[in-house]
Design a protein around this ligand. Structure first.
Ligand SMILES: Cc1cc2nc3c(=O)[nH]c(=O)nc-3n(C[C@H](O)[C@H](O)[C@H](O)COP(=O)(O)OP(=O)(O)OC[C@H]3O[C@@H](n4cnc5c(N)ncnc54)[C@H](O)[C@@H]3O)c2cc1C
Length: 427
């Protein structure tokens, strides 16, 4: 779980912020800590002076293909589950943009993906959580306040020790259809027009030129595959990754590099139907291990929000007027997540924007915050380390109250605590 050469320094995925921490391999409720798995959350929600390393909870417990479920411990990585399921023709209904996250982390942020079926939390049949008050089994029918509260709880209620997840029929190959377009408005319209025809959708946008690739996908099931891929279906091989071994002190990608890379990427991608590997469709960034080091010493941050189409258009207007361009822009469409206590997932368009950490960027993000507040949108806490407390309290008002009252029931002394919790929840 360490993200640095110094084992006691841990960072958010954006490498901003980083702190010195004690890493606990046993759960001990006599002192405050936060669970932390693979550190793929960008900001400070998995950071605290004491962190419990949940990656040791790595056992597979049960699998039933007929009943379509898998049960695993909370630290198991999604990639490991996919490698087990895919050769059998099964998969997880919802995965994020990286396979290197744990089941506990995916539940704790109620992560979303490219799937039109919903969010990760919609496919949990039951879970087990160890809170300072005790160990609870939860489902829709048992301790359901804690079940819905744990989904999206950001580690603040306890440690997710086990989860039973719904699985569905799938394939290691995806029929991909890419529609090129230009301009944020056209990208949103294209996504909105065609996403109901596909199981998966996502849009990549080059903020410099506003070239966009609206990508759709469906599973290519075994029967539909050409013979050579049929032969490879059951021999699911790990894909090779390139590593960025160090954070180079005098190196960081800049506007010129990214302009050039985005033009290259736009041109090289197919602009019609093709058959691609599941991992290339869902996790293109996983091909470069530690790609977050490319941003150099100061690190980067991702601003992700959800709101109506107009919010995305206004955010893009601010970007253009400031001429401060995000290096990566990903657009998706979300639908409501019912019954949650605290979750980012709600109906609307979500834009994820990567920026290097710089003072002028931080100033511009305040303008984004104002837009999101005006449109009743939400900002994703899995990606945040800078949101002002008043903005957080305004946008998540009711959700904060609901999570805080559950915390009073299961963790009355606030043993579970992160930097984010201290920064935004506490007085
Ligand atoms: C390249 C990339 C692409 C991404 N794409 C998406 C995306 O498409 N959609 C999306 O929603 N997110 C996305 N994310 C964010 C990522 O899915 C979440 O931040 C996820 O929670 C990280 O999981 P982790 O196991 O690394 O947990 P960590 O980052 O270590 O922790 C995340 C949170 O989970 C809590 N936690 C971890 N383990 C447990 C446990 N066992 N019990 C209780 N709480 C626990 C922590 O306390 C913390 O609050 C992406 C991240 C990256 C780096």
């Amino acid at each position: 779980m360490n993200t640095s050469k110094n084992p006691n320094i841990i960072c958010g995925w954006g490498r901003f912020p980083c702190i010195e921490a004690s890493i606990l391999d046993k759960i001990d409720f006599s002192k405050s800590f936060i669970p932390r798995a693979y550190g793929r959350s960008y900001g400070d929600e998995a950071l605290y002076k004491n962190v419990y390393d949940s990656t040791g909870l790595n056992l597979f417990i049960d699998i039933d293909l007929e009943k379509e479920y898998i049960e695993v411990q909370g630290g198991v990585q999604l990639q490991k589950i996919l490698k087990l399921l895919m050769p059998k023709g099964y998969t997880l209904p919802v995965v994020p943009g990286t396979s290197f996250v744990s089941v506990g982390g995916a539940i704790a942020n109620d992560i979303h993906g490219k799937s039109s079926r919903g969010a990760f939390g919609d496919f949990i049949q039951s879970l087990e959580i160890l809170t300072p008050k005790g160990l609870y089994k939860c489902s829709k029918d048992e301790n359901n306040d804690l079940f819905f509260g744990t989904i999206g709880s950001m580690g603040l209620l306890g440690i997710i020790t086990k989860a039973k997840l719904k699985i569905t029929k799938g394939s290691p190959y995806i029929k991909q259809n890419i529609i090129p377009t230009k301009g944020i408005e056209n990208a949103i319209d294209t996504l909105e027009r065609f996403d109901k025809d596909y199981e998966f959708s996502v849009c990549w946008i080059d903020a410099f030129t506003e070239n966009a690739l609206v990508m759709f996908g469906d599973y290519a099931y075994y029967e539909e595959l050409p013979l050579d891929l049929k032969l490879r279906f059951k021999a699911f091989k790990e894909k090779k990754t390139i590593d960025i071994p160090l954070v180079m002190p005098n190196f960081a990608v800049n506007d010129l590099d990214m302009r050039a890379y985005n033009i290259y990427y736009f041109n090289k991608m197919p602009k019609d139907e093709s058959l691609v590997h599941y991992f290339d469709f869902f996790f293109p960034l996983d091909n470069i291990k530690n790609w977050n080091r490319l941003y150099g010493r100061r690190g980067f941050l991702q601003y992700q929000f959800v709101g109506p189409k107009e919010a995305s258009l206004e955010v893009f207007d601010v970007i253009k007027s400031h001429k401060i361009y995000p290096y990566l822009v990903v657009l998706k469409r979300l639908k409501n997540a019912p019954d949650r206590v605290f979750s980012f997932v709600k109906e609307g368009f979500t834009l994820a924007l990567d920026f290097p950490v710089k003072d002028d960027v931080l100033k511009m993000l305040h303008k984004f915050d104002e837009i999101i507040m005006r449109y009743n949108g939400l900002i994703y806490m899995a990606k945040d380390s800078r949101l002002p407390k008043d903005v957080f309290q305004y946008i998540y008002n009711d959700q904060i109250k609901a999570l805080t009252s559950l915390k009073a029931k299961y963790d009355e002394n606030n043993i579970l605590k992160s930097l984010m919790f201290e920064r935004l929840f506490m007085r």
